[in-house]
Design a protein around this ligand. Structure first.
Ligand code: PMP
Length: 457
C-alpha cells in the first residue's frame, strides 16, 4: 500500500488542504473560517469553474489581468509552441526571439519617444525599476541631489518596499511606514470630490495647482513624479480628467523632473484607448506595464523609456554607470510568447474599437444604479466602471470600514455565480473583453442586488 495515500496532509477537500499549508495574499486568513477559498478547476472565456462544478463570471479579470478570456485558444497555442522550443534562458548576455519581437512591438505601440524596453517580472518590480532608473539617471548626469519622488494621494503602485513607498493607500502602507522612503504627496485629482456643478476638467485643473506648487518648491530634489494615469484603481477606481496629465507633462518638462506613468492596471485598452496617456496626448519618461501584457497568463512586466534616459547609462564599464537591477525570470520566453499572442489579438480583432459599444452598454446598465438610495456615484472610464455606495447619500457619508459591507456584496455575488471584489464600498466591473451583453446584464444585476442586501440595515 502506498504510504503517501494515508498521509493526512493530502486528505480532505482542496479548500481544507489549502488551509493547512497555504497563506493567501491580501487576506486575513481567519476570514476563511467562515468563507473557505474557492477551488477552481478550469476556466473558459469570462468564466471560472469550481471543483464542485459551480461557475463564476470573472467580472474583475482575476485582479485585472485577463483580457481575452481564460484558456484562450490562441494564447494557449502560442504557449504550447514556445514551450516546445525554449522555456527560459538567462537574459543577461543572452537574448531570444520572443523578447526581441515583444520589445519591438511595445516600442511601436506605446506613445512616441519611448524607444527602450526593460523587462521585469511583475508590476511592483516594474515600479522599482522605474524609480531606481530615474534616480540613477540624475546621478549619472551629476544631479545626485535629486533623490525624492512626488506621488499622488490615494495612488497605488504595488507592495514591495519601493513601490509601497510611492503609493498612498493607507490600508497597505500605514503599518510598514518605518520601512519606507519618505515621499512628497500631492492631493489627488480624484473627481469624486468635485463640488456640485464643477466639471471633471475644472476639478482636475484646480487640483493641479497643488502639484504645480510642489514642483516649484521641490524640483531641485525630485527625480520623478509617479501617477496612475486617469484611474486610481486600487484606491477605489477613482477617476480624473486627462487635462491633469497634460498639465503634469508640461510642468515636469519645465521643472526638469521625470514623469513615470504606471499603466500596469490601466494599460492595454482598459480606459478605452490602448494606453491611458494617449487621452492626454502625452509621452511619459517611463511607462510601466504588466497585468494585461500577457493577456493574464504569466507574470511579466516592462518599463518603456526614452533615448535620453538610456544614453545616460551608456558608457565605458569602468565609469560604473550601468543600471543595476535583475530578476532571474526577466524576459521569460513563455511570458513573452503569451504577450505576443495577446498583441496579435489586439491587432487582428480591432479590440479597442469593438470594446466601445461594450463599454457603452456596461456604463448605461451600471448608471441605472444611480437612483439607488445608497449609491453616491457611478463612474466610468472605458471598460472600467465603478459603483460607490455610502451610508448617507446626501452627505456622501461612507459606511465605517469596520462594517465590511463590501464583503457582503462579495458573498452575495459568489452565491449568484459572479466574482466581484469590492474595494471597501466600491463595487466595480473590469471584465475580460470577451464578455457579452448577457454576461454584463448578469454582473450588473448581481451587483445591484448585492448592494441592496449590503445597505438594507
Ligand atoms: N501598479 C498598479 C497601478 C497596480 O494596480 C498594481 C497591481 N494591482 C501594481 C502596480 C503592482 O503589480 P503587481 O501586483 O504585479 O506587483
Amino acid at each position: 500500500m502506498n504510504a503517501a495515500h494515508h498521509n493526512p496532509i493530502d486528505s480532505g477537500t482542496l479548500a481544507e488542504r489549502d488551509l493547512r499549508v497555504l497563506w493567501h495574499p491580501c487576506t486575513q486568513m481567519k476570514d476563511h473560517e467562515t468563507l473557505p477559498p474557492i477551488a477552481i478547476k478550469r476556466g473558459a472565456g469570462a468564466w471560472l469553474e469550481g471543483t464542485d462544478g459551480k461557475c463564476y463570471l470573472d467580472a474583475v479579470s482575476s485582479w485585472w489581468v485577463n483580457l481575452f478570456g481564460h484558456a484562450n485558444p490562441r494564447i494557449n497555442a502560442a504557449l504550447c509552441d514556445q514551450v516546445s522550443r525554449l522555456e527560459h534562458v538567462i537574459f543577461a548576455g543572452f537574448t531570444h526571439e520572443p523578447a526581441v519581437r515583444l520589445a519591438e512591438k511595445l516600442v511601436a505601440l506605446t506613445p512616441s519617444g519611448l524607444t527602450r524596453c526593460f523587462f521585469a517580472d511583475n508590476g511592483s518590480a516594474a515600479v522599482e525599476v522605474a524609480i531606481k532608473m530615474s534616480f540613477h539617471y540624475w546621478r549619472n548626469r551629476g544631479r545626485s541631489g535629486k533623490t525624492r519622488f512626488i506621488t499622488l494621494a490615494n495612488g497605488y503602485h504595488g507592495e514591495t518596499l519601493g513601490a509601497l513607498a510611492v503609493g498612498n493607500v493607507e490600508l497597505y502602507k500605514e503599518l510598514y511606514k518605518p520601512l519606507l522612503m519618505d515621499v512628497l504627496t500631492a492631493p489627488s485629482p480624484d473627481c469624486y470630490f468635485r463640488e456640485t456643478g464643477e466639471s471633471w476638467e475644472q476639478y482636475s485643473l484646480r487640483q493641479f495647482e497643488h502639484m504645480e506648487r510642489m514642483l516649484a518648491d521641490h524640483a531641485h530634489e525630485v527625480a520623478a513624479v509617479i501617477v496612475e494615469p486617469l484611474v486610481q484603481c486600487a484606491g477605489g477606481m477613482r477617476m480624473y480628467h486627462p487635462i491633469y496629465l497634460a498639465r503634469l507633462r508640461e510642468a515636469c518638462d519645465r521643472y526638469g523632473v521625470h514623469l513615470i506613468a504606471d499603466e500596469i492596471a490601466v494599460g492595454f485598452g482598459r480606459t478605452g484607448t490602448m494606453f491611458a496617456c494617449e487621452q492626454a496626448g502625452i509621452s511619459p519618461d517611463f511607462m510601466c506595464l504588466s497585468k494585461g501584457l500577457t493577456g493574464g497568463y504569466l507574470p511579466l512586466s516592462a518599463v518603456l523609456t526614452t533615448d535620453d534616459i538610456y544614453a545616460a547609462f551608456y558608457d565605458d564599464y569602468a565609469k560604473l554607470t550601468a543600471f543595476l537591477h535583475s530578476h532571474s525570470y526577466t524576459g521569460n520566453p513563455l511570458a513573452c510568447a503569451a504577450a505576443l499572442a495577446t498583441l496579435d489579438i489586439f491587432a487582428d480583432e480591432d479590440v479597442i474599437e469593438r470594446n466601445r459599444p461594450k463599454a457603452a452598454y456596461l456604463g448605461a446598465k451600471a448608471r441605472e444604479l444611480k437612483t439607488h438610495a445608497h449609491v453616491s456615484d457611478v463612474r466610468q472610464c472605458g471598460m472600467i466602471v465603478a459603483v460607490e455606495f455610502v451610508k448617507d447619500k446626501s452627505r456622501r457619508e461612507p459606511y465605517a470600514w469596520t462594517e465590511r459591507r463590501g464583503r457582503r456584496v462579495y458573498r452575495h455575488a459568489l452565491e449568484h455565480g459572479v466574482l466581484l471584489r469590492p474595494i471597501d464600498n466600491v463595487v466595480y466591473f473590469m471584465p475580460p473583453y470577451v464578455v457579452d451583453e448577457a454576461e454584463i446584464d448578469l454582473m450588473v444585476k448581481v451587483a445591484a442586488d448585492g448592494i441592496e442586501r449590503a445597505t438594507c440595515d
